[in-house]
Design a protein around this ligand. Structure first.
Ligand SMILES: [Zn+2]
Length: 208
């Protein structure tokens, strides 16, 4: 077993295995539950941690395709506030300019909706059919029902690429980041967030 981030092979395996029977669409997105710090393998070299054992890509693709995140949808007001906070931060880096933006893993498009209202030209990628349809309705933008890894980005470039709560779902995060870099226009930015298992909020969130 080696680390997907640094390729280190000194890995601390969890005492408890993530119960495979509980793996389903309800285990992902804001509505998720059932992943705990006791079910994570940890790389001794870089500290990266991942659920152990990892489901296969085929299993994950099937789950993401049927994801319906009702908790996410019910959190509209908080999501709107979070979107504007993130956009304020991003526009600080772009000097206030707003160009083409790709949000990969855009769920129901709440972030893109607010980005569009502020003048960004928005594009999205979302593997869940239900959520991609909702995103199309919310944004009237080109939303591909797919994943970033399987969508051709030939010749496209963006002023901003956002992946909110995405990188921790990707099998090869290093390759993902390299591919995303290749799609940035000169001076373009990424914006992303990641869970930190050693943050003060992690123990409070528990199984979520
Ligand atoms: Zn590592």
């Amino acid at each position: 077993m080696s680390c997907a981030v640094c390729a280190g092979t000194e890995v601390c395996q969890p005492a408890t295995r993530a119960p495979a029977s509980r793996l389903g669409a309800e285990g992902f997105g804001s509505s998720r539950s059932g992943v705990t710090l006791q079910t994570l393998a940890v790389c001794r070299s870089c500290g990266h941690a991942w659920q152990f054992p990892l489901p296969s890509q085929a299993e994950l693709d099937a789950i993401y395709a049927q994801l319906e995140d009702t908790t996410y949808l019910s959190e509209g007001d908080n999501r709107r506030r979070s979107a504007h906070r993130a956009l304020d931060l991003m526009e600080g880096y772009t000097g206030g300019s707003r160009g083409d933006m790709l949000n990969t893993g855009c769920l129901a498009g709440i972030f893109l909706e607010h980005a569009k209202a502020r003048g960004w030209a928005v594009y999205g990628i979302e593997p869940s059919k239900t959520l991609a349809t909702a995103a199309r309705l919310a944004t009237n933008a080109a939303i591909e029902t797919s994943s970033f890894e399987t969508t051709s980005q030939d010749g496209r470039s963006y002023a901003a690429i956002c992946f909110w709560d995405v990188l921790e779902h990707v099998a090869d995060p290093a390759a993902f980041v390299r591919a995303a870099s290749a799609c940035l226009a000169p001076g373009g930015i990424w914006a992303l967030n990641l869970p930190r298992r050693d943050s003060w909020v992690a123990p409070i969130l528990g199984q979520r």
